[in-house]
Design a protein around this ligand. Structure first.
Ligand SMILES: CC(=O)N[C@H]1[C@@H](OP(=O)(O)OP(=O)(O)OC[C@H]2O[C@@H](n3ccc(=O)[nH]c3=O)[C@H](O)[C@@H]2O)O[C@H](CO)[C@@H](O)[C@@H]1O
Ligand SMILES: C=C(OP(=O)(O)O)C(=O)O
Length: 427
């Protein structure tokens, strides 16, 4: 991944005004992949301009999709035919979400060669559930030299019960089963918003998928999908990140373009801590100007508290007087933020994957983001800290947060992304 210039933040001042939330990265990625199932043009609105999106567009282009941006957040994708059934490691390793091209290729071409997704900074991320689901539904799958070769003789059929709730494997199995004459039943399926949005998109093109948002999903195969137009949901992780940033800086801030029901786990945890959150249609006012209380947080599958907000929550709790406890049941080793937050004066001790956090006063420091959400935790801490923080590893943060410095400046923060000399010009 190419290095990006560091982010400089002079913290210690509240955020004010209004911030518009971008469309969801983690919903858009599988929807772009799902467009491979149609021979007709598909127009997608609500595609964020993020490096992960450019990576997935590169992957589908490699497979035969013609992609064109037709607006700031709109693309037309057209795959009249696949030109390859192979996705090389160089592309898959950039982003784990790309592994679901496997399901799309199995459906459209009957065959796929996809590299194993790489490890990542927060630990082992297995794909056994994807593999087991494919095999149970009739796909022949071999592993050869770090790559999977999948083939199906006919339409997928039968049923599979996942061992755990997995977003990626649920999406992969659904994609593989959409085209055909048979029926597939998936039990203990993920009810995550990103699964539901992908299913809504596929159904809008003529797929017949029932039960999304429940633990039993049935896919009735259809002969083909038509083209269409679809708008991706707002990003609940970006919204949650800025809600937490507002709380950490004890601000009053309005977020617009939010899907409030998707944010319940975060809003209710923040409310428990003393943050006032007022919902108004698709906007939300957060008022964190009163004294906050510490909390116990456990990251779980949707609708529980998301793992993608666990590091950010730790950053907030590091500023709240008293003892807080944070654990992550999805990725227990998602902890690369801890040592960096401690460099900024936080008091976080990790014992058997549990973070025990004593509230403290944070100060600016040079820090490094090792992954996307650890980076978000660092910019939240930097906004709350006294003095200047310089955050390196912006290439990870840029995966999930569009025009971050500019948007933070828009709500009153002192933030500048650039080399040190340029950043010195910050007011
Ligand atoms: C349930 C959950 O919160 N999923 C999050 C997870 O999705 P991601 O797609 O990475 O993970 P999954 O939802 O597929 O996995 C959930 C859990 O199941 C395990 N697992 C998964 C697949 C498999 O084949 N074998 C296996 O053991 C994973 O290690 C994890 O502990 O990280 C993404 C990026 O941070 C988030 O956007 C998702 O919301
Ligand atoms: C870790 C993330 O993405 P990925 O699963 O693609 O690594 C994320 O969005 O927080």
């Amino acid at each position: 991944m190419l290095h990006a210039s560091p982010l400089h933040i002079i913290g210690g001042r509240p955020l004010t005004g209004e911030l518009e939330i971008q469309p969801s990265k983690n919903a858009a990625l599988p929807i772009i992949v799902a467009s491979l199932l149609s021979k007709e043009p598909v127009t997608l609105h609500g595609i964020p301009r993020l490096s992960d999106i450019y990576t997935i567009l590169e992957i589908v282009s490699h497979l035969g999709t013609r992609c064109a941006w037709i607006g700031p957040n709109s693309v037309v994708l057209h795959t009249p035919e696949l030109t390859s059934i192979e996705t090389p490691y160089a592309l898959v390793s950039k982003m784990r979400a790309s592994f679901i091209v496997m399901g799309a290729l199995i459906a459209r071409a009957g065959e796929a060669k996809v590299s194993m997704p790489g490890g990542c900074a927060f630990g082992h991320r297995p794909v056994d559930q994807h593999v087991k689901a494919f095999r149970a539904l009739g796909v022949e799958l071999e592993e050869e030299g770090g790559s999977f070769h999948a083939r199906r003789a006919g339409a997928l059929s039968g049923s599979f019960v996942f061992d755990m709730l997995t977003v990626g494997a649920t999406q992969n199995a659904i994609l593989a089963a959409v085209l055909g004459e048979d029926q597939v039943q998936l039990d203990n399926a993920s009810i995550d918003t990103d699964v539901v949005d992908m299913v809504n998109f596929l159904n809008s093109l003529g797929a017949d998928i029932r039960g999304a948002g429940t633990n039993t999903i049935t896919v009735h195969g259809v002969r083909e999908l038509r083209g269409g137009e679809y708008r991706v949901i707002p990003d609940r992780i970006e919204a949650g990140t800025f809600l937490i940033a507002a709380a950490a800086t004890r601000s009053r801030l309005t977020l617009t373009n939010v899907n409030t029901p998707h944010l319940r786990a975060i809003s209710s945890k923040l409310s428990e801590m003393g943050v006032v959150i007022l919902e108004n249609g698709d906007s939300l006012l957060v008022d964190a100007t009163r004294e906050l209380r510490p909390a116990h947080v456990t990251a779980l599958e949707f609708p529980g508290f998301p793992t993608d907000l666990q590091p950010q929550m730790s950053a907030l709790l590091a500023t709240v007087p008293g003892t807080s406890v944070v654990t992550d049941k999805i990725y227990p080793d998602r902890l690369t933020h801890v040592v960096e937050l401690n460099r900024m004066g936080a008091d976080i001790v990790v014992s058997e994957h549990t973070q025990v956090i004593q509230g403290a006063t944070l100060h600016g420091a040079p820090v490094r983001a090792a992954d996307i959400r650890a980076g978000a935790a660092l910019f939240i801490a930097a906004l709350a800290a006294e003095g200047e923080t310089v955050i390196d590893g912006m290439q990870y943060i840029n995966r999930g947060y569009e025009r971050l410095a500019e948007r933070l400046r828009g709500v009153g923060a002192q933030a500048y992304q650039g080399e040190p000399l340029l950043a010195a010009a910050m007011d």
